[in-house]
Design a protein around this ligand. Structure first.
Ligand code: BGC
Length: 415
């Protein structure tokens, strides 16, 4: 039988393209309005390269639920292609020998040149890239409702904790909720680390929360931090326990609450609801922390897979994540800033421009510190232990400051 040469060529082309396309199953926890929109950008980019995106979203801000699900999938020998993990957890997974080496893509795309060293180091295990970074989130922010501030007669964003408490008193007196909070341990710690930074400054933050130095953890500065932290709780509402972070953001959006301590994924939430920064909501560094930047870098690690199509999809995912068009569109939606150096910022709003400037400036002054609440600083086990101790203090108004300090210090010591 004589074969039609045109059909043969088409069949070969089809086989080739199907051989290089694959399925990419991506585990993440981006399920709020702003987060889902951002994840959608990555999905579209992968689909446009011919790959099939299998969404593996596990709800739960901060990712604790997602990490539990991830462990059970990997332990049962059925890992997803990629998972949103970060900081020291990347090193722990790499040490288990389950992560794929991304050096070929990283070399071809020059990651060593286009990434800040502080980020590249976190993405590497024993010198090899094992994760691709998506963004830089800043954690030490407060968000505010200009409508609530106006009603309460608060002139502007508080720069110090004293100014913050004065503003909170006015909001309370106006019959509104001063602080929108969701009582979950990562949200408690998000507030806590900003307070420690505001009270003690970046060097103290490093000593106490990153180095877990007992002297710093039991110092008067830590006591002062716990006093301020407890005082903030007094400005939250009775329904805070268990509330999701994006519902707390919605309280600010709807003019029910004045402030929220939260990283800049909150901005993604405001933007997804069509709100305009500077007009419908305000951003500022958390009180007393303008000279510091708690960084939180989202990243995807790829798990070792045998299928060639799946491997190609992983390489394409890694390249897509680091590409300038993706870095721009994703971060415009997510509330973060691009992790790639020298990206144009003209499409970004003033909060992002401030973040970008402060990221560069604080790297020079020592004010750039890793977020503990968001898995960038210490081992997941140590992080879990001190988060629990901090939340126990937050939830128990009868625990004395001294006992709070002792319990946090002992949680840190036992790691
Ligand atoms: C992640 C963000 C996410 C937030 C709330 C943080 O730990 O880095 O990407 O939006 O948690 O889920």
């Amino acid at each position: 039988m004589k074969l039609n040469p045109l059909l043969c060529a088409a069949a070969v082309a089809f086989t080739m393209s199907s051989a290089i396309a694959g399925e990419v199953e991506v585990l993440h926890y981006w399920t709020s309005g702003g987060e889902a929109k951002s994840a959608g950008e990555l999905r579209s980019m992968m689909q446009s390269k011919g790959h099939t995106w299998k969404d593996f979203a596990v709800a739960g801000g901060g990712g604790d639920n997602a990490m539990t699900v991830l462990k059970s999938r990997v332990v049962s020998g059925n890992p997803p292609s990629a998972a949103q993990i970060k900081g020291p957890a990347i090193q722990e997974w790499a040490a288990e020998g389950v992560l794929a080496n991304l050096d070929t893509v990283a070399k071809a795309e020059n990651w060593d040149k286009v990434l800040p060293a502080v980020v590249a180091n976190v993405m590497k295990h024993k010198g090899n890239y094992v994760a691709a970074p998506v963004n830089v989130h800043r954690v030490n922010w407060i968000w505010a409702s200009p409508e609530v501030l106006k009603k309460a007669g608060v002139a502007g964003m508080p720069k110090t904790l004293d100014e913050f408490f004065a503003a909170a008193d006015k909001i309370k007196a106006a019959g509104l909720i001063p602080v929108a909070h969701g009582g979950q341990n990562w949200q408690d710690f998000t507030t806590f680390e900003s307070v420690v930074l505001g009270v003690g400054g970046p060097k103290f933050y490093q000593d106490a929360l990153v180095k877990l130095d007992q002297k710093a953890l039991t110092s008067d500065t830590m006591k002062k931090s716990l006093e301020a932290f407890r005082k903030i709780k007094g400005y939250t509402d009775a329904s805070a326990p268990g509330r999701d972070w994006n519902l707390a953001t919605a309280m600010v959006m709807q003019g029910k609450a004045g402030f929220q301590f939260m990283g800049d994924w909150a901005k993604g939430e405001f933007m997804a609801a069509g709100k305009v920064p500077g007009k419908d909501f305000l951003c500022a560094a958390a009180p007393g922390t303008a000279n510091a930047f708690t960084f939180n870098v989202d990243s995807f690690a790829m798990y070792k897979l045998k299928d060639a199509g799946a491997q190609k999809a992983q390489a394409d995912l890694a390249a897509a994540i680091m590409s300038p068009p993706f870095q721009e569109v994703f971060n415009l939606n997510k509330g973060s800033i691009p992790v790639r150096l020298n990206m144009p910022m003209d499409k970004f709003d003033d909060c992002a421009k401030l973040s970008s400037k402060d990221f560069v400036d604080t790297a020079k002054t020592g004010g750039l510190v890793p977020s503990v609440a968001h898995g960038m600083a210490i081992s997941p086990a140590a992080e879990g232990a001190i988060k629990d101790a901090v939340s126990q203090f937050w939830n128990n108004d009868r625990m004395s400051i001294d006992d709070g300090v002792k319990s946090i210090a002992s949680a840190a010591r036992n790691q």
